[in-house]
Design a protein around this ligand. Structure first.
Ligand SMILES: [Zn+2]
Length: 191
């Protein structure tokens, strides 16, 4: 579990972030997919804009993610085998997915037309990583994360379990039940 299976993801456009840990001569073990919100508006250009934001961060603000996702596109910023700087404690063995929108969205906000399209793109991407790294399509509890189980978490859970950051995204109203169902659906279609 957790090591690449040989199943590759889609080849998303790359806007490479300068800040990441380059893993050479070694296949990285991935244990968790970490869901974030970008705290950026629901626009068709948000994935590209946040990728460019990452690209221009100075050395005193080393942040990055593997994918930036909005309603109409996915941009890759850090290669899968490299470590993105997004969720301290869950960086070395995580794939970081940044979703357009805000962590203070209510459940209805998560089901507006924009967010539904965004969640489809995010679920499709997460399913591809579940296939690539042989991960269960499961939202882990904090206890499971702490125990080293494999699955999908929110940034807030890395914050609560590892206590190395203060971010609470993707927010308490993120529709985990719906999202995991969509991930499972894409997983079954793509496997
Ligand atoms: Zn985050």
């Amino acid at each position: 579990m957790g090591f690449p299976t040989g199943k590759e993801t889609d080849n998303w456009p790359l806007i490479k972030a300068p800040w990441f840990k380059d893993i050479v001569n070694q296949k990285r073990e991935v244990r968790v997919i970490v869901i974030h919100t970008m705290e950026a508006p629901e626009k068709g250009t948000t994935a590209e804009n946040v990728a460019k934001y990452f690209q221009n961060l100075p050395s005193n603000n080393k942040a990055s993610a593997h994918l930036c996702i909005d309603n109409n596109s996915i941009v890759q910023c850090v290669l899968d085998n490299d470590v993105a700087y997004a969720a301290p404690g869950a960086n070395h063995n995580g794939i970081q997915l940044e979703l357009a929108g805000y962590s203070n969205q209510n459940r209805d906000d998560w089901f507006d037309e924009y967010s539904k399209a965004l969640l489809e793109n995010a679920a499709n991407a997460a399913a591809q990583y579940c296939l690539k790294y042989n991960l269960p399509r499961k939202h882990l509890s904090n206890a499971e994360l702490k125990a080293g189980k494999e699955g999908i978490i929110g940034h807030v859970q890395a914050t609560e379990v590892f206590k190395l950051s203060d971010h609470t995204d993707p927010g308490e109203n993120f529709p985990w039940d719906y999202f995991i169902d969509r991930v499972e659906d894409y997983y079954q279609k793509r496997k």
